[in-house]
Design a protein around this ligand. Structure first.
Ligand SMILES: Nc1ncnc2c1ncn2[C@@H]1O[C@H](COP(=O)(O)OP(=O)(O)O)[C@@H](O)[C@H]1O
Ligand SMILES: O=P(O)(O)OC[C@H](O)CO
Length: 548
């Protein structure tokens, strides 16, 4: 079978389109930057039309640059920044507000108030109904009164935090009475970035994949459906939410005239889930860390949605149709002769992941570049940091938008401490890189407590994973080998692989062959040095948590 898969990767800082051939090899990429707006403290927005325009323009460019025709493309796969939301008019498709981006903290107080609330009786009743109907809720005692945050975690696997979509949608409705009225009349649609792109690509489908739905704070990860209880709690009419499909579902075809032929959209995954898939972390216990704008460590935990006891998230890694395997010793003829009972339909299997979300990683480097002008481009950071042997006592605590996992403190701010008269920008940039690795260390420690699987290696990807100094320091801190694949555009590849496996363009051997190691960073730091580093970080964190 021949053909190409067009993967669309809509990230926080850019839109990308990559074409993969029938061996899942990337043959061409087009990329365009997108702009973040921060109109007020805590607000982080993007122009939804710019997201669409850059994405579709990359899609056209990459096909042209590869010298292909749209007829050569068998499927589109989409992967995207998660949690960010777009609200649009169902009739005209016009965005009704700027996209609110995952980093936005405008709803911090709202979430804090909700988190402090005890669930009222009606809420309890409703949640208990959810609990009784759902098969796999962990540790549930119906007699207990749960507070809102605990209920949110039980239903969604997430935390009551402004990071997720629900409070962003609630904010838009609350602050725009007209929108609220129109929402109740079913005139508007809301969705995450995958939904928005699919709507624009197909000219009207209002759908979302399960992994993106699992980041909204409105989705029951046990029952695999929108939670009526949480939609009520956030006052979000369920009619404005998209229809949820499996990650390898049929998301519709591109509308006529967009490409020379109508191309089916056959796989959609949130970007971190796509990276887990693309890194080949298909077995429970395998983990990856993506160093992009933020840093997201995900560990495959298999088919049970175990809730974290250490402030991590439980999220849906993917839902795929799995064809039942044929009994080894029987031929298809024998199976047919023994009756149709053995020919079961494909199962839809859900895989879950534990996740530690760190809000600022590569974004710290952007801050050094754009706000302090210390470097011209992000990749310059390594040479500058190498001008000194250590960051000495300098610690950069990157709480620019609060701290994510495992602290979840939206109320603390960023700081640089430990500077002396001799401190140079090289020390500060080195401390910035170290902060990325320290945050990952904190997530890993929480993950090890939650998971029965000891981490034996960490697969890495994302823009900042190209930084050798950072990757070596990461391996030293974690004390496990860090494996960087040759192709660090793993997010797009993960989505493309899923589409190819669904359509039969790829098989398991394509999947195996597509992951090749570029470099293994072996831990080499002495125990003493490692402890000194960690001690310096932990003291800075402790000081900062006592702020306010
Ligand atoms: N060599 C590098 N060292 C450290 N950070 C880098 C380097 N190259 C890129 N980055 C950072 O990586 C991020 C871009 O990575 P990418 O995976 O494209 O992010 P996203 O998908 O979030 O848009 C930017 O924040 C940039 O500052
Ligand atoms: O755009 P990225 O790669 O920084 O990813 C953003 C995440 O999906 C946010 O949860």
């Amino acid at each position: 079978m021949a053909g190409y898969i067009l993967a669309l990767d809509q990230g926080t800082t850019s839109s990308r389109a990559i074409l993969y051939d029938d061996h899942a090899r990337p043959i061409k990429m087009a990329q365009q930057p997108t702009t973040l707006q921060t109109p007020k403290a805590g607000f982080v927005e993007q122009d939804a039309q710019q997201i669409w325009q850059t994405q579709i323009s990359c899609a056209h460019d990459v096909i042209n640059q590869a010298g292909l025709l749209a007829t050569d493309v068998t499927s589109i796969a989409i992967t995207n920044q998660r949690e960010s939301i777009v609200m649009w008019d169902k009739q005209t498709g016009k965005p009704l507000a700027p996209a609110i981006i995952w980093q936005d903290r405008r709803t911090a107080n709202y979430c804090k108030t909700l988190a402090a609330e005890s669930a009222d009786n009606s809420m309890n009743k409703s949640v208990n109904q959810d609990i009784n109907q759902g098969a796999n809720h962990n540790d549930i005692n119906n007699d207990l009164q749960y507070d809102m945050a605990a209920q949110v975690q039980r239903i969604t696997g997430l935390r009551l935090d402004p990071y997720f979509s629900a409070s962003k949608i609630a904010w838009l409705l609350e602050n725009n009475p007209k929108l609220s009225v129109r929402a109740s009349k079913g005139e508007i649609a809301v969705g995450t970035i995958d939904s928005w792109l699919i709507y624009k690509l197909t000219g009207g489908e209002h759908v979302i994949d399960l992994t993106n739905a699992s980041r909204t704070l409105l989705f029951d990860i046990h029952k695999l459906a929108w939670s009526e209880t949480l939609c009520d709690r956030f006052a979000i009419p369920m009619t404005i939410l998209p229809k949820v499909l499996p990650s390898d579902g049929d998301f519709g075809k591109t509308k006529k005239g967009l490409f020379a032929k109508q191309i089916p959209i056959q796989a959609v995954l949130g970007d971190q889930q796509a990276a887990l898939f693309g890194q080949g972390c298909l077995d429970a216990g395998m983990a990856k860390n993506t160093y992009g704008t933020g840093c997201f460590m995900l560990m495959n935990i298999g088919q049970q949605p175990k809730l974290s006891e250490h402030k991590l998230l439980t999220t849906i890694a993917w839902q795929r149709k799995i064809s039942p395997t044929r009994p080894d010793n029987l031929s298809f003829d024998q199976i047919l002769q023994s009756g149709k009972r053995m020919l079961q339909p494909p199962k839809k299997e859900v895989t879950y992941a534990l996740e530690g979300s760190v809000f600022m990683a590569g974004a710290i480097i952007q801050w050094l570049r754009d706000n302090l002008g210390m470097i011209q481009q992000s990749s310059d950071v390594e040479d500058l940091a190498r001008q000194v042997d250590s960051s000495e006592d300098v610690v950069l605590l990157p709480a620019f938008t609060g701290l994510g996992a495992p602290y979840w403190r939206s109320d603390i701010s960023a700081s640089i401490t430990g500077m002396s008269r001799g401190t140079t920008k090289a020390h500060i940039t080195r401390a910035a890189l170290e902060a990325v690795a320290y945050q990952t260390y904190d997530v890993l420690i929480a993950m090890q407590k939650d998971s029965p699987h000891p981490l034996t290696e960490l697969r890495v990807d994302g823009g900042a994973a190209n930084n050798d100094l950072l990757m070596q320091f990461q391996a030293d801190l974690l004390d496990v080998p860090v494996l960087r694949p040759r192709d660090t555009e793993i997010t797009a590849k993960g989505a493309a692989l899923l589409a190819g496996l669904k359509t039969g363009l790829y098989d398991e051997s394509t999947m195996k062959a597509s992951w090749q190691v570029d470099r293994i960073f072996e831990p080499s730091m002495s125990i003493d040095a490692r402890e000194q580093h960690l001690d310096k970080w932990q003291r800075a964190i402790a000081r900062s948590l006592m702020q306010i």
